[in-house]
Design a protein around this ligand. Structure first.
Ligand code: KIV
Length: 258
């Protein structure tokens, strides 16, 4: 069975939790897909985790397309969602349509994700959905607004709480098929998840969300700095260092060839 945006909405009704992770290349996408991950996000954290930028802001649409194509080639079952990079959708709904259109036409992915829940983003989501493009929303900590928000937890004040509650409803109304809640107060994330008929995918937003996402490199212990909410399930950094040291010793001792 291939996972589609409609599958996720059905799973919310059936109370089946959604498993999501990031992927940026063919080899890892294939392994994650075969391991049964439901949603693979070609997230723009690519900029920091794999390309070494300080923030997600420098990432271009062409860089994203390059990685999204590789991911799609490795996937048979999971829903592939691609982040629209900073300033490839904020200018106007038409700019967003051109960017999202390239994602769907050129990469084989089925959906895009964009950040924010303010009125202009909601209008853009509605415009893309009308054009037949499935859209995942993303509120709470939105890394493309790092210079305004920083990386701190969101939804901790009364004003924030009521703004975010209206934004998620507006995104749902605009036709988003699911919404990422990032580093959000867990009580608020729980209330939002109960109120919406589309699934919430949490990252640092508590266990009551309809699914969870993590950056794969964080989960595997293969990133410079993991966020405080990331549960680490392996230590690939040490495993790789150890393997490379053994290889180096073998080469230097002329023992490498089998
Ligand atoms: O780019 C990203 O990694 C994200 C997270 C929600 C996983 O958007």
């Amino acid at each position: 069975m291939v996972v589609t945006p409609r599958t996720l909405i059905r799973w919310k009704r059936e109370n089946r939790s959604i498993v999501a992770l990031t992927a940026w290349d063919y080899a890892s996408a294939k392994v994650l897909d075969e391991a049964g991950v439901d949603v693979l996000l070609v997230g723009d954290s690519l900029a920091q985790v794999v390309l070494g930028y300080e923030t997600t802001l420098p990432l271009t649409l062409d860089e994203m397309l390059h990685h999204a194509k590789a991911v799609s080639r490795g996937v048979k079952r999971a829903l592939v969602v691609v982040d629209l990079p900073f300033l490839t959708y904020q200018e106007s709904p038409q700019q967003a349509l051109r960017s999202a259109g390239r994602v769907l036409k050129e990469t084989g992915a089925s959906a895009v994700k964009l950040e924010g829940g303010y009125a202009a983003v909601v209008e853009t989501v509605a415009f893309l959905v009308r054009a037949g493009i499935p859209v995942m929303g993303h509120v709470g900590l939105t890394p493309q607004s790092v210079h305004q928000l920083g990386y701190r937890k969101q939804g901790t004040t009364k004003e924030d709480e009521s703004r975010l509650s209206s934004e998620v409803l507006a995104l749902q109304e605009a036709g988003a098929f699911s919404i990422v809640l990032e580093h959000l107060d867990t009580t608020l994330a729980t209330t939002i998840s109960q109120k919406l008929s589309i699934p919430t995918i949490g990252i640092g937003a508590g266990n009551a969300c309809d699914g969870q996402i993590l950056v794969t490199h964080d989960l595997l212990g293969w990133s410079d700095r993991q966020p405080p909410f990331a549960k680490v399930y392996a230590n690939l950094q040490d495993t790789i260092t150890e393997a490379v040291r053994r290889y180096s010793d073998d080469v230097r001792g002329r023992r490498n060839c089998q």
